[in-house]
Write a protein that binds this ligand. Structure first.
Ligand code: IMP
Ligand code: MG
Length: 182
């Protein structure tokens, strides 16, 4: 097996945990006394969702959707496609949509449009990372863990060509390794 370049640590596991505790506190406060339906966008948001979920002290149901933006390569398709849909009835529910990263914003835009057609009582969004420099549509999340510069990041659920999702920290690939063009 080829040796993969080791990413440089951008956010340590401890720093992520600390920030998630604060973020979850804000979400708990916002929804106090209510039950939420957390919708996670697979695969990237899997780790963030699992950690955030365990810090929420609200009755929570979980559903997942899959949205493909890049196919098998890293070149962006213009409109993300929903490739795996929800199993829950969203009507009248307080929905919290969770993703790994807000980049161009196209994925979240597509997901919120879809969810809005399903009649939720409320819809809010939470992302682990925000890369505002890349935004193509002005989309803003209600809650975001960290704002980062325009660099391709991996780990903590985020991948490069399917790799690195398992890293407990968020890292940046060394400049010498091939960078994906998004
Ligand atoms: P969008 O451009 O906001 O639609 O983001 C599309 C998707 O691209 C995100 O949900 C991530 O899965 C992925 N993505 C964007 N930036 C990065 C990155 O720096 N590392 C890994 N995945 C990324
Ligand atoms: Mg994603």
């Amino acid at each position: 097996m080829n040796q993969l370049p080791r990413p440089q640590v951008l956010l340590s596991a401890d720093r992520i945990k600390e920030r998630l505790t604060t973020l979850a506190g804000q979400i708990n406060q916002h929804y106090a006394g209510r039950e939420i339906l957390l919708v996670s966008i697979l695969d990237g948001a899997l780790i963030f969702t699992a950690d955030l979920l365990r810090l929420l002290n609200l009755p929570t149901q979980l559903d997942c959707m899959r949205i493909s933006s890049y196919g098998n390569s890293t070149s962006a398709e213009s409109a993300p496609r929903i490739t795996g849909s929800l199993k829950s009835d969203l009507s009248g529910r307080d929905v919290l949509l969770v993703d790994d990263i807000l980049d161009t914003g196209k994925t979240m835009q597509r997901a919120t449009e879809e969810i809005s057609t399903l009649g939720p009582k409320s819809l809010r969004t939470c992302v682990f990372l925000d890369k505002p420099d890349r935004r193509a549509n002005g989309f803003e999340a209600d809650w975001s863990g960290f704002t980062i510069a325009d660099e391709f990041v991996v780990g903590y659920g985020l991948d490069y060509a399917g790799r690195y999702r398992e890293l407990p920290y968020l890292g940046v690939l060394p400049k010498s390794s091939p960078q994906p063009s998004l």
